[in-house]
Ligand binder design. Structure first.
Ligand code: SAM
Length: 256
């Protein structure tokens, strides 16, 4: 008899058991013929649905799960419907994760979720990101100007595409249950993030998120120049960093 897998906390293993959520993820997938990259297939619950409709490449760090997956998906692996890489996805991910265009679909390990999304936004082969993450993280990527959680992540996302929340998912949908709510985040890319200097300016703009943008930017740029730039864009000197739109951040960057 097969031994039952005990979830490993250090790998962020919370297995998605709610079939209705699995269906919602599959329904939200882009309607194209691109390969799917799945990070962290776990016990293969989502993988099962993915291989039904697409060719899939998966990356799983846990060697116990890798053994299990290679048995469960023996046929799909033999027919090349599924490619299974065993090891840390971050070691496999240089500039591109795959050497062909792909959509990322995954229930991500939460401890590296932000890092993975930022890498996917940078990867020119990645076209769409459809991922389950901690709800708080999803809201940051999908935030709009004026919302409290609008910051660098939202601005970077809006600079390369569009983001939305597909569905919010309670802890009960998983086994074991995480401590927080989750959400499925969809980002459709039209470009890839590439401007390190722009992102460096964003870090300065949000050093102290509750202070004014003028104060934050003046710690690095000449105060007079920042004042003049805000004035040119019709932004008041009292404006806070989260209140400024992405397009205005790009203009500010060009002026400064
Ligand atoms: N996809 C499965 C599901 O929906 O039930 C499992 C999702 S679970 C939240 C995250 C998975 O990512 C686990 O299987 C874990 O072992 C794997 N994982 C964690 N860190 C990883 C890494 N650095 N590279 C590849 N896989 C990783």
């Amino acid at each position: 008899m097969q031994k039952e897998h005990v979830a490993k906390k250090r790998f962020g293993q919370n297995f998605l058991k709610d079939e209705s959520v699995l269906h919602k993820i599959v329904e939200a997938m882009p309607n194209d013929d691109l390969r799917v990259a799945e990070i962290g297939p776990g016990l293969g619950d989502l993988t099962k649905f993915l291989v039904d409709v697409k060719s899939v490449t998966t990356f799983e760090v846990d060697t116990d799960l890798c053994k299990l997956l290679s048995k469960t998906f023996k046929d799909e692996i033999t027919t090349n419907r599924l490619t299974l890489h065993c090891g840390d996805v971050l070691d496999a991910w240089k500039i591109q994760l795959l050497d062909e265009p792909y959509n990322l679909v995954a229930n991500l390990p939460y401890y590296i979720a932000t890092n993975i999304i930022l890498k996917a936004l940078e990867d020119p082969q990645c076209r769409t990101i459809l991922v389950m993450v901690q709800r708080e993280v999803a809201l940051k990527f999908a935030a709009s100007a004026g919302e409290k959680n609008f910051g660098s992540l939202g601005i970077i996302t809006q600079s390369v595409g569009e983001a939305s929340i597909v569905v919010t998912v309670p802890p009960e949908a998983f086994d074991p249950m995480p401590k927080v709510d989750s959400a499925v985040l969809l980002i459709s890319k039209t470009a890839s993030r590439s401007d390190e200097d722009f992102e460096a300016m964003l870090r300065i703009a949000f050093t102290q998120p509750r202070k004014t943008l003028l104060k934050n930017l003046s710690s690095h740029y000449e105060k007079e120049k920042v004042s003049q730039a805000l004035h040119e864009l019709g932004l008041p000197p009292t404006i806070r960093p989260h209140q400024v739109r992405t397009s205005d951040y790009h203009q500010l960057y060009n002026i400064l």
